[in-house]
Every structure is written in structure tokens, then in C-alpha cells.
Design a protein around this ligand. Structure first.
Ligand code: HEC
Length: 107
């Protein structure tokens, strides 16, 4: 019983990311395929920051897309807390950059 309840809570925590990600129809499948939503909600923090929080933080930073694209590929920690983001070396540079630009456009 308790286990089912926990699963339900976990599912509802993940849901906002899944539902709202539909706004960028072409980017969501790429993010989904690469497991981004396991750790990021569109608005809210899961393991890593919500994508809207990331966009707000780097608003007006013209170099953010390049930096974040690199970080998505190589991983890193220390900006949002002690938990590291693992590297996504399987992503090509162009895809990582596209994902970074998309994250920065989330509001
Ligand atoms: C295993 C969990 C995990 C996965 C999977 C993951 N991330 Fe992260 N992500 C994190 C954590 C934790 C941080 C915060 C790192 C920090 O504090 O520097 C983060 C940070 C970020 C940031 C902000 C970086 C910064 O320096 O401000 C972006 C953008 C990002 N992730 C995008 C993505 C994308 C796109 C994907 C899918 C390709 C992805 N993440 C997959 C955990 C994850």
C-alpha cells in the first residue's frame, strides 16, 4: 500500500515536466530521448533545476547557450548545488547547443 502511494507521488512530481514540455514540439522528444526529464522539470526542480529557473538565471547572458551546451555534453556541478549533472557525451555538439537554446527559451 505504502509503495503504491509513493509511486503515485513520484508520478505526480514528474508530470508537470511532461505536460508542459509540449510547447516546443520538436525539442521535447530529443530531451525525452536523452533522459533530461528524469532530473529536470520544465518549471520545478527535481534533481536538477527546472528549465524555467535556468532560463530566468541566464536571461540576457549572450554566452549562456554556448556554455550550457558544453555543460550538457560534459556534465558539471556547483552552480545549483552539490549534485552533479552527468555528462551526455552521446549528444552531438549541435544537438546539445539546440537543447541549451531551447532550455533558455523556456519561461
Ligand atoms: C542524472 C540527472 C540529470 C540528467 C539526466 C540531466 N541533468 Fe541537467 N542538471 C542536473 C543537475 C544536478 C544540475 C545542476 C548542476 C549544477 O549545480 O551545476 C543540472 C543542470 C543543468 C543545466 C544548467 C547548468 C548550469 O550551469 O546552470 C542545464 C541547462 C541542464 N542541466 C540541461 C539538461 C539537459 C538538456 C539534459 C538532457 C540531455 C539534462 N540536463 C540531463 C541533473 C541532470
Amino acid at each position: 500500500m505504502k509503495k503504491e502511494w509513493m509511486a503515485c507521488v513520484a508520478a505526480s512530481l514528474l508530470l508537470p515536466g511532461v505536460v508542459q514540455a509540449g510547447t516546443a514540439a520538436d525539442m521535447q522528444p530529443l530531451a525525452d530521448k536523452n533522459g533530461c526529464f528524469a532530473c529536470h522539470g520544465m518549471q520545478t526542480k527535481l534533481v536538477g533545476p527546472g528549465f524555467a529557473e535556468v532560463a530566468a538565471r541566464y536571461k540576457g547572458d549572450s554566452e549562456a547557450a554556448e556554455r550550457l551546451g558544453k555543460k550538457i555534453r560534459e556534465g558539471g556541478k556547483g552552480v545549483w548545488g552539490p549534485v552533479p549533472m552527468p555528462a551526455h557525451g552521446n549528444l552531438g555538439e549541435a544537438d546539445a547547443r539546440k537543447l541549451a537554446e531551447w532550455v533558455l527559451s523556456v519561461g
